[in-house]
Design a binder for this molecule. Structure first.
Ligand SMILES: Cc1cc2nc3c(=O)[nH]c(=O)nc-3n(C[C@H](O)[C@H](O)[C@H](O)COP(=O)(O)OP(=O)(O)OC[C@H]3O[C@@H](n4cnc5c(N)ncnc54)[C@H](O)[C@@H]3O)c2cc1C
Length: 533
């Protein structure tokens, strides 16, 4: 494209990738694919402003991203066709770290792994806000999408205290107090006046060039409790009530709680039945029931993450155990000592078939514990290869977008009551059964009131892409009818919010704001915006 040559003249040839070279750069396991006209890779704010000026002159839409690994939600694919990707990955500096207050300014290219290495290399006692995705994922990209993890500030946009961005007219957005050199501007999330920074989270009002985040100080103890509720639905409801109460009363110590349904445990422990799946009468529900019976896997599995110093963490863990025990088949508390023992035992255990499942389970528990301590891990990406995909030998090379996996995340928010969680799981089972998809569900608390369910719609891209898309749409519609919708959307589902042919009050207010800040829709057109389906 000729216009790209003029961009290269402004910012340098090495920072522009042409369409034919960029086609396969940002793949998603959901198999979403949009045509892009090329990629610009700025090195500084001046480059970003030059790209925006060029895009305005040539009427080209921009799609900024940080590391483009938004796997399962569209990867690095824009929502609309023919955008220029602005890949911020080369802006990867760490600045202004305050080792007393734990405040740090990052450029978008700084990854979970970079921050973890920075903190460990200098022995700074703070957690990196990690996720179950790759260590090569951007901290800012994840936070702008409202990603979450397990370390104490689980909601990553919550951890952002300040944002600097380039707007569609090339001007800079900067917090008022920051520009006035107020020292605490990077420490106080809300600043003074209206909270404008929120517009950059799932808002696409500009290209974020840096952000300051708050890091949580490391505690002496991190404890992980693994529990199996009794199979009775009433017991599960009681478990959810007690977990909620534990989070309400032990704020900051009981940090997050997760639940995994039976299908999840099966997928975690057994390979997909590839040959049987080809049979036209293969019954997923029957297979899951058989597999779970054979390996004595529970209806639900729970995890509790606890952070605290000395007695505090252990007292909280004992309290969790005591209160959950009447409704559980088993509860095991893992602290640093127990994890050390488990690792040692795993080294001694022979690698023979009858022990392989136990060894793999110990590995998973020990990696989950490392994640809890803020150490990013590639190994959880392996889950994306369960249904399809070529798993690389080297964990560091896992890239489900590139490796032929099939995965769409469906992530609705639910009230944290047992009834609501069970109702949602039943909807998932019914919908997935209609489309021949495994009804795998996990859930993670985002507060003591609200939990996010995560359904990985796993499919074989060679044969099941249409099935997966239909399942995604059906889940969205069935959940909407039941009163729940995702907090974070795949690029295909962004247009599904709101009733047909009606603009919601929310969308109409958003359009008015866009009219003023980005009248020509230069930034990420279609992203979290209502368009006709
Ligand atoms: C097996 C598996 C496990 C996963 N586990 C988790 C998990 O535990 N938690 C979680 O949150 N996610 C998880 N993910 C999803 C995803 O991989 C991560 O959220 C990842 O961090 C997002 O990709 P990224 O960091 O490269 O962000 P990007 O893809 O760079 O950014 C995401 C979006 O944010 C916007 N954006 C990014 N940067 C900018 C910028 N500078 N300016 C303006 N807009 C911008 C863009 O719209 C972009 O598309 C998982 C995925 C898989 C496959």
């Amino acid at each position: 494209m000729k216009a790209l040559d003029t961009l290269a003249e402004h910012i340098g040839k090495d920072k522009v990738i042409h369409e034919h070279e960029s086609r396969a750069l940002y793949p998603c396991p959901s198999q979403a694919a949009r045509h892009i006209i090329g990629v610009a890779k700025p090195h500084n704010i001046k480059d970003v402003q030059a790209i925006v000026a060029w895009a305005n002159t040539h009427n080209i839409k921009l799609y900024p991203l940080s590391t483009g690994r938004n796997w399962g939600y569209g990867g690095g694919n824009p929502v609309e066709e023919d955008c220029l990707i602005v890949d911020m990955g080369d802006m990867d500096q760490i600045r202004n770290f305050d080792p007393d207050l734990g405040s740090i300014t990052l450029q978008p290219g700084v990854t979970q792994g970079d921050l973890y290495n920075f903190l460990t290399d200098h022995s700074y006692p703070f957690f990196a806000p990690v996720t179950g995705s790759s260590p090569h994922c951007s901290l800012i990209g994840n936070a702008l999408e409202r990603g979450y993890g397990v370390t104490p500030i689980t909601d990553h946009f919550q951890g952002i205290t300040e944002v600097k961005a380039v707007l569609a007219d090339g001007s800079i957005y900067q917090g008022q107090l920051d520009q006035m050199d107020v020292e605490s501007s990077k420490l106080a999330k809300w600043g003074a006046g209206p909270y404008v920074e929120g517009l950059f989270s799932q808002g696409n009002f500009g290209i974020v060039v840096e952000a300051t985040i708050k890091l949580e100080a490391k505690t002496d103890h991190s404890i992980m409790i693994i529990f199996k509720p009794s199979d009775d639905a009433e017991d599960f409801e009681q478990v959810v009530r007690i977990s909620r109460e534990l989070m309400q009363t032990q704020k900051k110590v009981v940090s997050a709680i997760k639940y995994f349904n039976k299908a999840y445990s099966v997928a975690l422990n057994m390979p997909v039945p590839r040959d049987e799946l080809a049979a036209p009468d293969f019954d997923i529900t029957a297979w899951l029931n058989d597999a779970s019976k054979k390996h004595r896997l529970p209806e639900w599995l729970g995890l509790i993450f606890i952070y605290g110093n000395d007695d505090l963490a252990h007292i909280a863990a004992r309290e969790c155990k005591k209160r959950l025990a009447p409704h559980c088949k088993s509860i095991v508390i893992f602290d640093r000592k127990k994890i050390k023992l488990a690792r040692a035992a795993n080294k001694i255990l022979p690698n023979i078939k009858p022990l392989q499942m136990i060894k793999a389970q110990i590995d998973t528990v020990s990696a989950s514990y490392d994640l809890l301590r803020g150490m990013p891990q590639s190994r959880f990406l392996k889950a994306a290869y369960w249904r399809a995909g070529e798993l690389p030998d080297n964990q560091d090379d896992y890239h489900p977008g590139r490796d032929g996996c099939g995965l769409i995340w469906y992530a609705p928010m639910l009230p944290m009551t047992g009834k609501d969680l069970l109702k949602f799981e039943q909807i998932t089972k019914d919908v997935c059964a209609r489309h021949g998809i495994f009804p795998v569900v996990s859930m993670t608390t985002i507060s003591e009131q609200c939990i996010t369910a995560l359904v990985p719609i796993m499919f074989d891209p060679a044969t099941e892409s249409e099935q997966a898309f239909a399942c995604h749409k059906d889940l969205f519609e069935s959940c909407q009818a039941a009163g729940s919708l995702p907090y974070r959307a795949h690029i295909d589902s962004m247009a599904w919010y709101g009733a047909d042919n009606q603009t919601t009050h929310f969308q109409s207010a958003l359009q008015k704001a866009k009219q003023h800040i980005d009248a020509d829709g230069l930034m990420s057109p279609g992203r979290y915006q209502r368009r006709k389906a």
